[in-house]
Design a protein around this ligand. Sequence first.
Ligand code: BGP
Length: 479
Amino acid sequence: MAFPRDFLWGGAVAAHQLEGAYAEGGKGLSTADVMTGGAHGVPRKICPEGPVEGAWYPNHEAIDFYHTYKEDIALFAEMGFRCFRTSINWTRLFPEGDEAEPNEEGLRFYDDLFDTLLSHDIQPVITLSHFEIPLGLCTRYGGWRNRRLIDLFARYATTCFERWHDKVTYWMTFNEIDNQFAAQNDVFSWTNSGYLTSGETDRKRTMYQASHYELVASAQAVAAAHAIDPTLKVGCMCSSKLTYPFSSNPDDVLLADDENHAMYLYTDVQVRGTYPNYARRLFEREGYDLDITTQDLSDLRTGTVDYIGWSYYMTHTVKSDVDHDISDSVDNSSSHTVKNPYLRETEWEWTIDPTGMRIQLKRLDERYNGIPQFIVENGIGIVETLDEHDTVEDDARIDYLRSHIEQMRLAVEEDGVNLLGYTPWGCIDLVSFGTGELRKRYGFIYVDRNDDGTGTGRRFKKKSFDWYRRVIASNGEVL
Ligand code: BGP
């Protein structure tokens, strides 16, 4: 038997991508609520002054999970989910981000959500900040470039641990903390940092400063969780950026090695509790002169994580004699990126590379002496419509997930990797983060809702629904 008996099969979502009800229950505005929909290659844009009349904000209603969660969770239970990863909308608890006391109505929503999950024997797996922060913290303090956010996050995190430590065992602090630097242009800044780049002169320094404050905040949260309840498991969450050399040319190999630091810098700090030498040298060389105190370094040492949560969608390939101009890029891709001739791609040009998942599992296992890992996102976005039988024959999704689960099994069985669980992304169709569209679908459950606002909101089981149910029922034996 490859997977442990208690392996956490489930699915993953993020609050602002499915809850909707963006202004209900005393909720304040978050950065995600003022981010326009992108679509067709147009970058999404943050409107710091608040939602603009006529602009398209897909997550304002999303799939209305705020009102439908009981029915949706019943469907997850039918698939046999053992866990469900979602995030807490920080602004349901602290509408502006810096209130002294949390909003009771927001707390009650999550009380009920977690109780509903537990009544179906589904463990909540909770991310505290998934690519959003209260807009107030962004406009008043400049988001994570301000040290003040460490304390404000600590208050939010402590509120959550105190309230739910007996309902939630597995926590993550920041979603994809290594995805800090999205905006190369001056249009917006996305991900978890919540600072606006407009007028920014030294964006990379700001990025490392903001991520340092987040790393300290994360470490303090880990320590606080353990003090409140030593049985809590708090992980980091990174986006796998596995990068291959294009050839055996040592220059390509060396380059790929360095590019892999884009993720490992963050796991190194959070697992080992100290900045690696290559990061220190980078800061010195670039003259970043970051605000890093002795107390910060001690906090990092104390608050090391219990496991590594990570997302896996694709791999990258780099070539040393290629150097594209990426000044307009809105993601954090490398200027040395080339196509990998061995890999197919999705409609969004994301490579499909199941073996890469096993390679990354092995690397993290070797780098961090067998630390527990949790694959908390994986999946394929596809444009889909309901057929005449009110279903979607999503064989491409089944193939994608099957091939990844096979590699995961090999990593556990052959390589001895300590894997806690697997939660495919977007287990129910939701708003895509990158494009802001509903048409990029990931779910086992189809939601009848379209980007132009039409649709009944009804839920339909895709072909993959039954397939995944059998996977879980057989503990990964029947694929
Ligand atoms: C990850 C994010 C998720 C999710 C996923 C898929 O980076 O953590 O929030 O959105 O990517 O990406 P997209 O929605 O752009 O297809």
